[in-house]
Design a binder for this molecule. Sequence first.
Ligand code: SF4
Ligand code: SF4
Length: 465
Amino acid sequence: MSYKDPIIHIDEQLCTGCRRCAAVCPVDAIIGEPGHPQTIDAHRCVVCGQCVQICTAYAADNESTTASRAVKLQERGQLPNVREPLFAAYSSGDIQKVKAVLADPKRFKVVQCAPAIRVSLAEEFGLPFGTLTPGKMAAALRRLKFDRIYDTNFAADVTIMEEGSELIGRVMSGERLPMFTSCCPAWVKHAETAAPELLEHLSSCKSPMQMGGALFKTYGAELDGIAPSDIFSVAVMPCTCKKFECSREEMSVDGCREVDLVITTRELASLIKDQGIDFIHLPDEPFDSPLGKYSGAGSIFGVTGGVMEAAIRTGYELITHEQIPNLQLDFVRGEEGIRTAEVQIGDLELKVAVVAGLKYVDAVLAKVAEGTCPYHFIEVMACPEGCVSGGGQPKLLLETQRKIAYQARKSAVYRHDSHQKVRKSHENPDIIKLYKDFLGEPLGHTSHHLLHTKFVDRSLKEEMS
Ligand code: SF4
Ligand code: SF4
């Protein structure tokens, strides 16, 4: 599968030309005159889906003729029984394809869920903002007939092992600093398009989703005694750009796609409703082991500052060989904008920055380009408050509602972390076992082959992939 076509669209029959989408677009990719239908510059667009979140122009399910609504649902890749309005700005759907794969008994179906899904999925079933439902989510995925319920949070713990080791290496050598995180595909696409000369500053780590996909079809395949080519790997993400990321040419391992399809939180909710599953009354069920067991550090990847906090928890202990005095690092927590801090780790004064919202990153990139950027490590998330505010999350129509929801989802992420027995990636017993039995060591040969990548200069390309 490849996304040569744009993933984000504006339906010219429904667009009123209000340009609310243009106001939230971090890269000025929305083109048009007020009062007229808008178009998207696919080359600039980073597929973050913020325009999809903010657009309020819609056709209600009883507004158009049944025939045209059915056609639009089909074009959008949605299921025919979806009741919600059709909004002007939308993302391509993959739910029909996932439904077909789930009905195929010959495939071995694995699924992973990003950290931010478990704090927002319940909203689609009428529960309050930020209701935390990891157990019901695992149960629903099992009822949908996935063979293994794995977790992106596990892969987030792997990311910390790899990215943390990479950062320590770069700080010790003084090379290619500052180092930027590479978990957010919209940020990566922006760097590739707008600042290709700075790509060596990105961590070489694949995102947790892609690391998870690579491990499911190698380590997971070995554990289950299944050929990697028989595994179909689905990811449930809060992010529309993950659909683009999984289709990138380099995101394959030994000829197999790491992640075959990505669906959003809203698409998963739609599939659960389509199958008549009573989500609210499902029991809490566990994720499958070992690729579904995670630490609190893995779960905070869903919020701005989370990758940084998880990396510092592990980096501190790997460098000093002492326990970090406090696990709750308030100085990296916060909202949209830029936060900076200096962290004393043994003899090292680590200078860090957290960028929440892609529109804030260009000033940082300019400093890196002129050699005056003072930081060692910079986390960038394209969406305003990290993945909890992603373009694939449940849609929020009012600005006030949006703020309350983001706050509630963030609190739920931190609550989930605080309730985990293990809260540091390097102490996750299944991570320790993964390195002992399969990967060897962080940044070792197998890790490089499966978990690291090279980024692409997209400054001149006109197509999406
Ligand atoms: S896509 Fe939606 S938000 Fe953007 S101009 Fe059209 S109606 Fe307004
Ligand atoms: S998906 Fe993001 S980058 Fe693309 S047009 Fe919409 S807001 Fe802009």
